[in-house]
Design a protein around this ligand. Structure first.
Ligand code: ADP
Ligand code: 5GP
Length: 219
């Protein structure tokens, strides 16, 4: 049996499923991008969507842009872990990359709406850590949607009209971050990730470590 000191540096743990939702424009993609850049151990779940690509988006990086027909094929063959219709388009999480990451104990981040968050909570509650991002005000939400300048006025109005329905689900999340100052919001998310990685029930490797420690108390 290995001694405790050898095991201590490499205590095995399960991967986290970091689920982030917010009304459109509150800043969840920006915060998520910062976290992914700062912590290379977290992978991004790249969703499929039937929505049109925005000018700044890259196929396979931000989304896999697919047809409605392809979406239906994936949905009907159980290739999606969860899916939902949001703002008039379909979105879904491909199952295979998530199952591989979880089996290997890697963390994954999901930028999905409340409907998707509910489905993941039901299916994989032990692995899900959910975070809801709120804007500091509705005026600022509107300003951010305009500043992003990637959607038409009609699309922006649909998203604002849907903000209320999304915000109504805030209590279903483990954590809530008000994204007023971006650095503060980012730092809050990093704290959540650090703490959740340390949870006892996510670290099956602790058993082996504590057994080794107990063995050493007998010496
Ligand atoms: P979401 O993914 O929630 O729809 P985005 O991350 O695309 O929102 O952010 C919407 C816009 O708001 C972007 O232009 C982004 O740069 C800006 N933004 C995000 N967080 C902040 C913040 N704390 N302060 C000011 N602008 C922000
Ligand atoms: P956007 O069009 O701004 O990229 O995303 C619109 C909304 O769809 C956001 O709330 C985003 O989190 C959500 N979304 C993106 N991908 C998925 C997904 O795979 N499943 C679900 N349920 N929602 C998603």
């Amino acid at each position: 049996m290995a001694n405790a000191a050898e095991i201590a540096g490499n205590i095995k743990r399960r991967g986290l499923m970091l689920v982030i939702s917010s009304p459109s424009g509150a800043g969840k993609s920006t915060i998520a991008r910062n976290v992914l850049e700062a912590d290379k151990a977290i992978g991004l779940s790249v969703s499929v969507t039937t929505r049109k690509r925005r000018p700044s988006e890259i196929e396979g990086v931000h989304y896999h842009f697919i047809s409605i027909r392809e979406f239906e094929r994936m949905r009907d063959t159980d290739a999606l872990l969860e899916w939902a219709e949001v703002h008039g388009n379909f979105y879904g999480t491909p199952r295979e990359p998530v199952e591989t990451a979880m089996a290997e104990g890697r963390d994954m981040l999901f930028d999905i709406d409340w409907q998707g968050a509910q489905q993941l909570q039901e299916k994989m509650s032990a692995d899900v850590v959910s975070i809801f991002i709120l804007p500091p005000s509705i005026d600022e939400l509107q300003a951010r949607l305009h500043r992003r300048a990637e959607d038409t006025e009609e699309v922006i109005q649909t998203r604002l009209a849907n903000a209320r329905a999304e915000i109504e689900h805030w209590r279903e999340y483990d954590y809530v971050i008000v994204n007023d100052d971006l650095d503060r919001a980012f730092s809050s998310l990093k704290s959540i990730v650090s703490a959740e990685r340390l949870r006892r029930d996510r670290r099956p490797g602790l058993f082996e470590f504590v057994n080794a420690l107990m063995e050493e108390t007998r010496r």
